[in-house]
Design a protein around this ligand. Sequence first.
Ligand code: GLU
Length: 412
Amino acid sequence: MSLFEMAKIPMEKASKLINLDPNAEAVISQPERTVEVSIPVKMDDGHVQVFTGYRSQNSTILGPGKGGVRYHQNVTLDEVKTLGFWMTTKCAVAGLPYGGAKGGVIVDPRKVSKTELEKITRGYIDKIAPLIGEKKDVPAPDMNTNAQIMAWMCDEFSKINCQYEPAFITGKAVSMGGSLGRNSATGRGVITATLEILKREGIKPEDATVAIQGFGNVGSWTAKIAKEKGLKIVALSDISGGIYDENGLDPYKVEAYAKEHEGLIKGYPGATAISGEAVLEQKVTVLIPAAMELQITAKNADKIQAKIIVEAANGPTDADADAILEKKGIPVVPDVLANGGGVTVSYFEWVQNLYRYFWTEEEVEERQEKMMVKAFANVYDAAKKYNTTLRVGAYIVALNALVEPMKLRGII
Ligand code: GLU
């Protein structure tokens, strides 16, 4: 089964529960448009390497396409289509006036120079330029892309259109029109979702222990905000492995240590070294996978000892694991709800760019919190009403938001 087929399972379940018009399901089940582009780049040594990129615009029913661009050596069209489908759901669940999209370039950014990375980035934008724009499709960062890459994209797109185009892309540096609070937004939202589920489960934050897989932008901010909110982090991991301390890890100190050690947490003093996989299997209150897709599968789902899972990564749990966790009674706050804080603040950035009027960090955080708490309640209530999982509940919310505009627009 492809990743895209697997991703549609909870939507199909939701669709049955709410007796969705099958025409609506048929439309949402396919991206509106996908493109594959070739990007020739003159490398530093003079030879030309042709890179492959994708953009999948899954839906523009509720607004322009929205979603990040991923740089990774294993990017596939199937993955990009799936991530775009999740963006459609995520934006609808968060109540944003956006559809869903995603992009990707097959490249290991650690294996190219900065000049080559800039050329790849500009070449990608040149090739997808006719399809993107503030009212068409708005890219953003995703795995291995950052504010510098967004700045090159913004510059290239502005050159092509002979005008300044800040609102065509989000996740920019504040000096480039980015929003305060965007860097920490996904992690902050993950913790908002965590506090909401703890409340529903009757667990006090100060009694909760947390394990986080992944210490990139999302994982590290999730850890830092978890600490600010009084949660005890006992296990962390990155590509170098895991660390465990039952007395609690200070993510700020771990981050400082990683900065001095090639960005890796391996060898962090005072903590017990464990394997990366073992971080998923600790006896904790909350497990937060914040790395990448397909980390919890039929192979390890039975070994999960956490009381609750909150998905900070996109698609960390596969369909088999989902069924096992449901049987075990472990609630999973799904990615399309839990990590929606990133795109929510991207939306704020876009609004601020369109108005050329900027908000304070407090305003951003306050509005983000309000939107996420509301989205959580909508999903939780839908799941309760239909006696289903939170993941299926999220698809119920998304489908309900999509179906009426589809009818009114005459699509179905
Ligand atoms: N890449 C992030 C995500 O998967 C953010 C997307 C955005 O801000 O548009 O949600």
